[in-house]
Design a protein. Structure first.
Length: 297
């Protein structure tokens, strides 16, 4: 194994994602739901710091004085990479947690992906993106998306990714304090599981599947999140967030299976009257993950 070319990697971003829509098109015999979605990277990020340890140990420090578990996805990702490669190095991870939990924005999965990308460099492993994605899939269905580093049309149980372009745009994301159980949402008998199968071409602004650019206005107008009615019944604050956005002339929807909602912001608005305890963040989408060039295909 080659020696690591770095001893420290500081302020490494782990961006969130938004689901522009989420349709459930069926269910497999093993119980997993078949879905379609577009995952879009945004510039709201956790930040991680990595310091090489030569004793093989993996440690983690909470840099935001939050309430993180002793073993989160960053630690699990580091251990999975050690086990897959036999690497004798360790790492001390500092995690600056900015993304809210139970938001449906992929924060934990993004932290895991950034950990794999950073340790691949810190430990001098030189694994390809596909190899890291295979390891990442053990940690969560969304991890390969963040390792892939591009906005994507998502199908299957979340494992089939097709790169799509998305025009630059501004969004507001609103997260109430309450969360909702993903297991309860997907297990609800009221969940719609038979949405009509969509196609990339149906929402594309051009005719090329290989380099499709999503028509943002069309997908926000005609697609939806099948999880939202069930989640809103479990967490009425989701509906309150959507109503608040509507009072500002914005059309909101839930992202993923969490309680965060988002809306496109065609024009700047004053959004300072949100109820106490709500997180309100204005974001821009990103064309690529900030660490895209840290790994080869």
């Amino acid at each position: 194994m080659s020696s690591a070319p770095f001893t420290r990697l500081l302020d490494v971003p782990a961006p969130a994602k938004l689901n522009l829509f989420l349709h459930i098109t069926g269910r497999r015999a093993d119980g997993y739901h078949l879905l379609q979605s577009v995952f879009m990277l945004i510039d709201w990020c956790d930040h991680l710091h990595f310091e090489l340890r030569k004793d093989g140990h993996i440690s983690r420090e909470d840099l935001t004085q939050g309430d993180l578990p002793d073993e989160d996805l960053t630690v699990r990702a580091a251990r999975a990479l050690q086990q897959a490669t036999g690497c004798a190095h360790g790492v001390h991870i500092g995690l600056e947690k900015n993304l809210p939990a139970e938001a449906g924005m992929g924060g934990g999965s993004s932290d895991a992906a950034t950990t794999l990308l950073a340790l691949n460099r810190l430990w001098g492993l030189k694994l390809k993106r596909s190899e890291l994605a295979t390891i990442g899939l053990q940690l969560g269905a969304d991890v390969p998306f963040f390792i892939g580093g591009r906005n994507a049309w998502v199908e299957g149980v979340g494992e089939r990714l097709t790169h799509v372009g998305i025009p630059a745009a501004r969004f507001v994301v609103v997260k109430p304090p309450a969360g909702a159980s993903t297991q309860r949402i997907f297990g609800s008998p009221a969940l719609k599981r038979d949405s009509e199968t969509a196609t990339i071409r149906g929402f594309a602004a051009n005719d090329s599947r290989e380099d499709a650019v999503i028509d943002l206005q069309k997908i926000l107008a005609f697609a939806h999140n099948d999880l939202q009615p069930v989640a809103q019944a479990l967490c009425p604050d989701i509906g309150h967030c959507i109503q608040w956005l509507r009072s500002h002339g914005l059309q909101g929807r839930m992202t993923g299976s969490g309680t965060a909602v988002f809306a496109q912001m065609p024009h700047a608005k004053s959004l300072t009257d949100a109820p106490g305890g709500w997180m309100v963040r204005e974001c821009s989408n990103m064309d690529a993950h900030p660490l895209l060039d840290w790994c080869t295909d």
